[in-house]
Design a protein around this ligand. Sequence first.
Ligand code: NAD
Length: 724
Amino acid sequence: MSSESTTIRWEQDDTGVVTLVLDDPNQSANTVNKAFRESFAAITDRLEAEKDSIRGVVLTSAKKTFFAGGDLRDLIRVTPDTAQELFDGGLAFKRQLRRMETLGKPVVAAINGAALGGGYELALACHHRIALDAPGSKIGCPEVTLGLLPGGGGVVRTVRLLGITDALLKVLLQGTQYNPRRALENGLVDEVAETREEMLAKARAFIDAHPESAQPWDRPGYRIPGGTPSHPKFAANLPAFPANLRKQTGGAPYPAPRNIMAAAVEGAQVDFETAQVIEARYFVELAAGQTSKNMIQAFFFDLQAVNSGAGRPKDVPARKVTKVAVLGAGMMGAGIAYSCARAGIDVVLKDVTLEAALKGKAYSEKLCAKAVSRGRTTREKADALLARITPTAEAADLAGCDAVIEAVFEDTSLKHKVFQEVQNVVAPDALLCSNTSTLPITALAEGVERQEDFIGLHFFSPVDKMPLVEIIKGGRTGDEALARAFDLVRQINKTPIVVNDSRGFFTSRVIGHFINEGVAMVGEGIEPASVEQAAAQAGYPAKVLSLMDELTLTLPRKIRRETQRAVEEAGGTWTPHPAEAVVDRMVDEFGRTGRSGGAGFYDYDESGRRGPLWPGLREHFTRPGHTVPFRDMQERMLFSEALDTVRLLEEGVLTSVADANIGSILGIGFPGWTGGVLQYINGYEGGLSGFVARARELAERYGERFTPPALLVEKAEKGEVFRD
Ligand code: NAD
């Protein structure tokens, strides 16, 4: 028998078990859209009306995923004006879930695939959760990563299921996505099944054994596990909560963790219905705010656009790499070899000596051993990965490679030499990539015979952890090479952004502005500790002076001098940045070259561990009592990067807004709450006009480098935003 409901199918067998099959006919995944809400309301009406003939309910889906949750296209459009509508709609939906939960009949979630966010919240409103151990299946509440909280009862129910502390730490604050086994270990589901049949059989067994199910929190005498804030034992833990919050956000403007914590703690002190209203209020506040819009735009829409190939030439057929030559088994080459082998690609790892190549492979051995010991992979899989990496010192071993990734020292003539050595050994149409971080690709290409097959593939360190690869199209790079490079990056599960050739490309050039601004502030006499705090509280993952120490003070100086020479040779004038004098003094006068040299803006012990900021900074640079507004300090860093990104758009180095946003967050640590370096401008108070006005103010106070570029002013005047 079938109902009229459009997104949920009603299937009832002759034993009185109703299977509700989530199956939105208009989408590949089920979401909480208008059609679903209407269907669900009709279903709950029917469940209540036909209750006497129903023995139990199984909720499952006909899609690959169980349920995808809230529709982000709707959520990103919420404004303070439509907030009330969201609040009312949310509470109405929660009431339907509550009706199902209090039906008096057992309701089982048969979670056949991913149940994230609203999908898991739907499962939480069931009395029993059985997850199918399907590959790639994930369970959890990742809303926090989009600047939101689970507003479908997820905070209220996880708190009542797991207790406040576990709900916060295991589910809500980090947004961890668990595979079914780990979801079971952490109490998010009750059982795991190997097959769909087993899952459904277990669901029936539960219904047979629990004819009159109720949620634990609806039973007499229920208490929240671990106690509530009114319990003295639990209350003693409460002061640690704000400290944890501070640790998570670094003081940066992420409102979601704060709202989640407040909804959990406040909601634990009241009855279920009131807790739902509290949760709804905190949810709507987040949804109507700017941060969730920034984060949804970046981590959902932009990321999807970038990964799905917006920057890839469309008419080149997809092709997979089967055997890659990695030249140079140093820090980058070793990481690149591991990432390729992990994706199933055979790797020939070449260095000048076999010993050096073996050392490069040892890096993969270390990573594999760690993954096995932590249960993230099996010994067999790790062995298979390692077997794919062949270390060598012989160019002849590169025969048959269909791609080359070069990662030798940063030296043009050396790079030319290694390509000459291998270009006629590898497959005749092999893709030729360089992992240079600074050398212009067009000039590097001059050292190879097939310049149209030559391209920049800029990985970030540590390669195994960093998700971004910046693809740099040289002046003569062909579309085919670009498409193949894009496919290779996707093949190794990384995110590719595409830029045109220019000194420092996009990422290295823009991060240079951030660092220069921090260093310039030290030179102005501002307390170095305040500069570090400003970076942390703006949301940068690494403090600015410590980052400079990591990169070394000498490398950026070398690059700066080369750039200066190039500018002057081309007839231009070099405008020195105030940071340059500080770096020159640090290196020339005090011999402090950064962490690898044992001393930089910070002191280091013999093992290279960072100690305190170097006291000499205060002695030689700080003007006691000299301060500038803290907000100026933060915005000088953020604006310097955003303004240069606009210049890169003007210059045609960048051609996509999504690439800029994603590249800035994933590659160079631009704070995630902004939604990326161009979305930061879009979302700034007062929009683009507000940003332009503020940039002019900063230019007046701190220097012409903050003058807004023409493209920005023009867009602000037209009332536009940066969007592809
Ligand atoms: P590294 O010094 O750790 O490794 C370079 C390796 O190249 C060494 O093992 C060396 O023995 C080997 N090598 C030198 N000559 C060779 C030859 N003729 N044939 C084969 N191997 C040779 O350097 P790294 O940090 O891995 O950097 C490598 C490249 O990656 C550079 O171009 C660098 O600019 C770029 N890069 C570095 C980073 C980073 O964070 N370190 C980030 C992005 C890109």
